[in-house]
Design a protein around this ligand. Structure first.
Ligand code: NAD
Length: 246
């Protein structure tokens, strides 16, 4: 869930999964994303993937998407939740000025959507499963311009733990990756993004920004049996930036 274009983290995860010979079902929200996806997939064997519409702000759309996918395939092994959105004004204004609507919208799109998707996918994870989501350091620290999204990511990370505890007995694992800053469409909405990229390059233990491929590799690890003992966890793929006291 969450390929908007070739920069999307979800697209890099998809490429790594295709290399691992996974069969992938892509979900998209807007027609624009469908057009981009179709173009990105033009050289991929059509038997390897499907595309289904799913707007995570809409229960009906989510239910229809997961029912369509589940009824056709019967068994699903993994889910990649790589979706987030907040209104631009809630990232630009002071955090204290966050509107009720803006707060609810960011939470609904970026955190609640994981809970709903997990509930809809779990009946089809009959052979065990692995669910992953993408978070960011703004959940743990105050980062300039991340504001309402930081609070949504904090809820997302807490949801990962509650979901993991709830559905672990069904052998379904739920984990989050806290990705370093990566230039994508979503990142454009964060006003201080370029400053963040420079700061990470100067001070992260690895002295560079991470690549989307590195996030994709960890995603494949978390989706595969190699990580079978890990659930409810947050793995930072950020060149070590989070360990610094700055
Ligand atoms: P992106 O813009 O490529 O992906 C965000 C996706 O969310 C898009 O595909 C968009 O269509 C989808 N989306 C938004 N609202 C939706 C809705 N109502 N229904 C369905 N889909 C919806 O950007 P990205 O950076 O690849 O973001 C993917 C995830 O990674 C997000 O959760 C983001 O917060 C997280 N993340 C990004 C970074 C970064 O620096 N880029 C760092 C850490 C975490």
């Amino acid at each position: 869930m969450g390929v908007a274009n070739d920069r999307s983290i979800a697209w890099h995860v998809s490429k790594a999964l295709l290399e691992a010979e996974a069969h992938i079902i892509f979900t998209y929200r807007k027609e624009r994303s469908l057009a981009k996806l179709t173009k990105l997939l033009q050289d991929v064997d059509q038997s390897k993937y499907e595309i289904v519409q799913c707007d995570v702000n809409n229960d009906e759309s989510m239910t229809e998407a997961f029912t369509t996918i589940g009824e056709k395939h019967k068994v699903i092994h993994g889910l990649v939740h790589s979706v987030a959105f907040a209104h631009a004004e809630d990232l630009k204004n002071r955090f204290v000025e966050t509107s009720r609507d803006g707060y609810a919208f960011a939470q609904d799109t970026s955190a609640y959507s994981l809970i709903k998707a997990t509930n809809l996918v779990r009946p089809y994870m009959t052979e065990g499963g692995s669910i992953i989501t993408m978070s960011y350091l703004g959940a743990e620290r105050v980062l300039d311009g991340y504001n309402v999204m930081g609070v949504a990511k904090a809820a997302l990370e807490a949801s990962v733990r509650y979901l993991a505890a709830d559905i672990g007995p069904s052998n379904i694992r739920v984990n989050a990756i806290s990705a370093g800053a990566i230039k994508t469409l979503a990142a454009k909405g964060v006003p201080s993004f370029n400053t963040i990229l420079n700061k990470i390059e100067e001070s992260a233990p690895l002295r560079r920004n991470v690549t989307p491929q590195e996030v994709a590799n960890t995603s494949v690890f978390l989706l595969s049996a190699l990580s079978s003992g890990i659930t409810g966890e947050l793995i930072h793929v950020d060149g070590g930036y989070n360990i610094l006291g700055i």
